[in-house]
Ligand binder design. Sequence first.
Ligand code: NAD
Length: 460
Amino acid sequence: MLSDFSVASGGDTAALVAGLRAYFRSGVTQELNWRRRQLSQLRKMLSENESRFMQALGEDLNKAPQEAYLTEIAFLYSDIDHTLKYLKRWVRSRKVSSPLLAQPASSYIQPEPLGVVLIIGAWNYPLQLLLSPLVPAIAAGNCAVVKPSELAPRVSSLIAELLPRYLDRDAFACVEGAVAETTNLLQQRWDHIMYTGGGRVGRIVMTAAAKHLTPVTLELGGKSPCIVADDADIELAARRIAWGKFTNAGQTCIAPDYVLCTRHTADLLVPAIQQAVTDMFGDNPQQSADYGRIINSQHTLRLADLLGGGEVIYGGEVDAEKCYMAPTLMRAVNLEAPVMQEEIFGPLLPVIELDEFAAVEAFVNQREKPLALYLFTKSDALAERILSSCSSGNACVNDCMMFMLAQDLPFGGVGASGMGCYHGEHGFKTFSHFKAVMKRKNILDINVRYAPYSKRKFRL
Ligand code: NAD
């Protein structure tokens, strides 16, 4: 049984993939009802084990149950429900016109599953980021192996335990493990690989995929700027930025990485963000049940090292043993310091002050294309200007991260922040091939295309 498979315990990865491929070739996954059943089972797995998932997320990341529910479990419910609602429409072939020379004929685009796909998840939303790509992979009719992040071990082992109990074991497997196991998986031939994580490993994934000409979707990260214009509603912006930055202790790929504004706006914004943080987590966030922890002490120490890159004006407390870092604000930031050279991925928010607001676009465009761009302003004209002059994977005006909730919006990076996208029908498309089909009739065979060519056939 594939469900008993474990690379760590000496399972044979090649045999696992061969078994999944044989099952895929049997055609079972082509059936719409089978796909719907698997999606419903995935939902059932979540609903029957909500408290266990919330507990595991609490143990791995100190996520408050409400936050775990909203950002991981409810997110997946909405994903699955949306997919179940529209799947019948998505799988339909779409008719297109046929040229005169090919008449009589009918032409259409037929979606077909890719085959056996590999999904590699990250640790920061260890449930959502692994299963949210699985939803469209199932919807499109694929078999799949999911590889949870080893850095969130409770969630990883819970998924490995439950997935085979709910899903078709011949079509899906969960392989736990770290670098050795992932390397082993990457040596196999897949029909698609979706990877979520940092760009360093993204390059490893893409190199391995290239050997088999396997297409990849890379959901990476980057430094997402948060631009606050002078005309912004400062209090509202502060609340929304504080939420976007300090939820999950800043370990969100689309969290605002740094704020970009004029000195005048910074003077107003910084105290407003401090107030918003106090409103959410009290005077001592370490005591708050709603404030998360850093994934491990190594990452906590990495974040502590970033504190040297500017003047800490709020927070800054670190308890590496307890994986705690306070919500932190920084001004007078050295742009050459690591804090502005690498993705922060933690609860540290540098506020970069520009002499003139007009310099924001140049600032953003001198850097790698970010996964998200945020802009707070009351001016539609300014929003249009910045949206058209700055490239980013996703963008949100007057809020942070909320675009994730719109199932019809594609989610993905551009340039260094990733390639490809998913969510809703975009995910279905990522895990499908759109086959071009033309069906001809046997009547009428215009002979102009056949040799011998003659002047009578072509007037050139
Ligand atoms: P991570 O360390 O959990 O690694 C991700 C996956 O890669 C894991 O499953 C891990 O086992 C595997 N891996 C690690 N080293 C490997 C190696 N040498 N060879 C093969 N596989 C390997 O995640 P991370 O990279 O620390 O995640 C943080 C990054 O992910 C941030 O940059 C963040 O912005 C990004 N991220 C992006 C998204 C998104 O949706 N775009 C979501 C979450 C995180």
